[in-house]
Design a protein around this ligand. Structure first.
Ligand code: AMP
Length: 219
């Protein structure tokens, strides 16, 4: 199963991808996580991407396509993967199609997590994650069961993303509207696009996602 989760920043792609990863044994591939790791490690890619990310703009297609191209051929992706935050432009989607076609593969499902844009700034500005395992939380909507302790791994350190601030969020939403939203008709035309209600509570979104996934064939 090769799955893409589409939706603006704050839609819940990362949170839901982690749940699907766990339930279906697929690997979550988040280009945002990979780029943040490159920035933290001070690699050449990190140096090129850091400033662009801090401004809320999109990193050049060739950088992210090359990261994904190297990643999807690794053995842990053999059973399938969930793309979270990639593709983000039609050019990236076309490159992904070419990469998969080389292996006679294609995307099975693209699921849009549809949200009300007005809710996104609040969602994004309250979020944080476990430094150790990456589990996602939110100040209002999804706090750890025991204050200060990660539900998943018991870690006690949490991180907030640098680009989760009101100024950068506006630029990220603009990038979504102008560059990523055209992917919806791109995948709808192929009959692989489904949509779930991203304004429902987290468990309900997972339930809808599972039924969108279970309704699909594999290749
Ligand atoms: P995310 O964690 O998916 O919200 O991504 C954080 C930031 O990383 C974005 O605002 C972009 O600057 C960059 N980024 C992540 N994925 C991509 C992508 N597929 N194409 C271009 N830029 C990306």
């Amino acid at each position: 199963m090769k799955l893409i989760l589409l939706g603006p920043p704050g839609a819940g792609k990362g949170t839901q991808a982690k749940r699907i990863e766990r339930d279906y044994g697929l690997v979550q591939l988040s280009t945002g996580d990979m780029l943040r790791a490159a920035v933290a490690a001070g690699t050449e890619v990190g140096r090129q991407a850091g400033e662009v990310m801090a401004a809320g703009r999109l990193v050049p297609d060739e950088i992210v396509v090359s990261i994904i191209g190297e990643r999807i051929v690794l053995p842990d992706c053999a059973k399938g993967f969930i793309l979270d935050g990639f593709p983000r432009t039609v050019a990236q989607a076309e490159s992904l199609d070419r990469l998969l076609a080389e292996k006679e593969r294609r995307i099975d499902r693209v699921i849009e997590i549809a949200v009300d844009v007005a809710a996104l700034v609040e969602r994004i500005s309250g979020r944080f994650s476990c430094t150790r395992c990456g589990a996602a939380y939110h100040d209002r909507f999804n706090r750890p069961q025991v204050e200060g302790v990660c539900d998943v791994c018991g870690g006690a350190e949490f991180t907030r993303r640098q680009d989760d601030n009101a100024d950068t969020v506006a630029a990220r939403l603009k990038a979504y509207r102008e560059e990523t939203a055209p992917l919806l008709p791109y995948y709808a035309a192929r009959g692989v696009l489904r949509s779930v209600d991203g304004m429902a509570d987290i468990d309900e979104v997972t339930r809808q996602l599972r039924s969108a996934i279970d309704g699909s064939g594999d290749n």
